[in-house]
Design a protein around this ligand. Structure first.
Ligand code: 3BY
Ligand code: FES
Ligand code: FE
Length: 441
């Protein structure tokens, strides 16, 4: 029996708590069924521990999730751990340099194996009774077991993993994961030219937002609030999400500059063969996405205080720094900006109904030298400020939706991506088998 088979089928395998009809009270099914399009969600979606548990199983337990950049684990034995609700996952580079992912749970009596956010190991050793696993997940040592003990039945539980253009995605589905090929192909085409497999981590910052993970995501999917981001507005045009029809007068000048900058940027993209057209299927497929390469304001090179590149050594040996930004949004929980000089990746990791960890990771060319080619403060300045501003917005939102007086309110047309996120989310819940069965809750 192969290692994979043994961990999937052995009868000693603990059964994962899934979304079963009996575990889903009518109350939750009713909440999903009565959601009104183009209105914010009812309060329990942001506050109820049962909805949070459902989100972890039905959204994070089934979808492809961006977990890390490959650059975070460059060498064999390098690992990061990722927490999604009660799940803890290990992402590790094995001795053959392949990225692997496992549940961070010992197969003896279940102790958490790796307690740190990141590190490097030869083997994965449980600190409780010293069961020892290779970085391929196989059990290599378990003291004082009986003669008929079959170590091959007790490898770490695998998690599906895909690396795409230097980004690592996981899927916790127990059996066959949902299709990811088409979106992975699009990401490869657009992001591949930035060559993130030859990048390194220049900075990583974790911020715990005092809100439900969906408020983090909804906030990310609109620029209706971008007047609150003075640093970001120096480079990202705050017309994001607007159309000529709903553009407010205060943004007319930005729209005009964007039109001019776009015409120039497209000439560069065409000359370099870089795909740039917007592609968007945010709520019409299991892995909802939006991707577009677009011009930046100011110097047009990067997301910095003046729009100029923050890193002298460009990614992928690009011949110009003036590539604007390639923006990528993925449901359920990640977003990215890829420039010529650096990339920044964001992932929202749910901790509890009202706490979400937002991890921001800045990637630069592997050979860029800190202090010579870049300094971390100028590289991270805009998003450090912007993330704190966003943390303030979403904390207010969590406080407000937690009041008994909260009523769902209408999205404006510029919040169409918020609607798409929520519609995708509701659609994912509504397609659970549990929703088509009659159960009393
Ligand atoms: O970070 C993002 O992708 C979006 C677009 C611009 C700012 N933010 C709302
Ligand atoms: Fe890990 Fe006992 S729980 S060795
Ligand atoms: Fe924001």
């Amino acid at each position: 029996m192969s290692e994979e088979d043994s961990t999937m089928t052995t009868t000693t395998e603990p059964v994962r708590r899934g979304v079963s009809p009996t575990a889903l009270p009518t109350r939750l099914r009713d909440l999903v069924a009565r959601r009104i399009p183009w209105r914010s969600l009812e309060a329990p979606f942001y506050t109820d521990p049962d909805v949070f548990a459902l989100d972890i199983e039905a959204i994070f337990g089934r979808s492809w999730i961006f977990a890390a950049a490959e650059a975070e684990i460059p060498e064999p034995g390098d690992y990061v751990t990722i927490t999604l609700g009660r799940y803890s996952l290990i992402v590790v580079r094995d001795d053959d340099e392949q990225v692997r992912a496992f549940h961070n749970v010992c197969r003896h009596r279940g102790a958490r194996l790796l307690m740190e956010d990141r590190g490097s190991v030869g083997n994965i050793v449980c600190a409780y009774h010293s069961w020892t696993y290779g970085v391929d997940g196989s059990l290599r040592f378990a003291e004082s077991q009986s003669a008929d003990f079959d170590a091959s039945c007790y490898g770490l539980r695998h998690v599906h993993v895909r690396t795409v253009a230097g980004l690592v995605f996981l899927c916790l589905a127990q059996e066959t994961p949902e299709d990811f090929d088409e979106v992975a192909g699009i990401v490869e085409d657009y992001v591949g030219p930035h060559d993130l497999t030859h990048a390194k981590v220049a900075a990583q910052i974790d911020l715990v937002e005092r809100c439900n993970w969906k408020l983090t995501m909804e906030n990310n999917r609109e620029c209706y609030h971008c007047a609150g981001h003075p640093e970001l507005n120096c480079s990202i045009f705050p017309v994001y999400g607007y159309t000529p029809e709903n553009l407010p007068p205060r943004l007319q000048g930005d729209a005009e500059r964007l039109r001019t900058a776009t015409a120039e940027a497209i000439r560069t993209y065409d000359a370099l063969g870089l795909p740039y057209a917007a592609r968007e299927e945010l709520d019409t497929r299991t892995t909802g996405y939006r991707i577009e390469r677009e011009a930046l304001d100011g110097a047009g090179e990067s997301i910095t205080v003046d729009g100029a590149a923050a890193v002298r050594r460009l990614l992928a040996g690009f011949p110009t720094a003036k590539l604007g930004r390639l923006g990528l949004h993925l449901q359920p929980n990640s977003w990215f900006h890829f420039m010529a000089d650096h990339a920044v990746a964001f992932t929202a990791l749910p901790i509890s109904p009202d706490r979400t960890l937002v991890r921001s990771t800045w990637l630069v060319h592997a050979d860029a030298v800190e202090g010579e080619d870049y300094d971390v403060e100028s590289l991270t300045h805009v998003w450090k400020a912007t993330n704190l501003q966003d943390a303030g917005f979403v904390e207010r939102a969590q406080l407000g939706v937690s009041s008994p007086a909260y009523l769902p309110g209408p999205y404006s047309s510029t919040e169409y991506q918020v609607e798409a996120f929520v519609n995708w989310y509701i659609g994912r819940l509504a397609t659970l088998p549990a929703f088509s069965e009659q159960v009393d809750g």
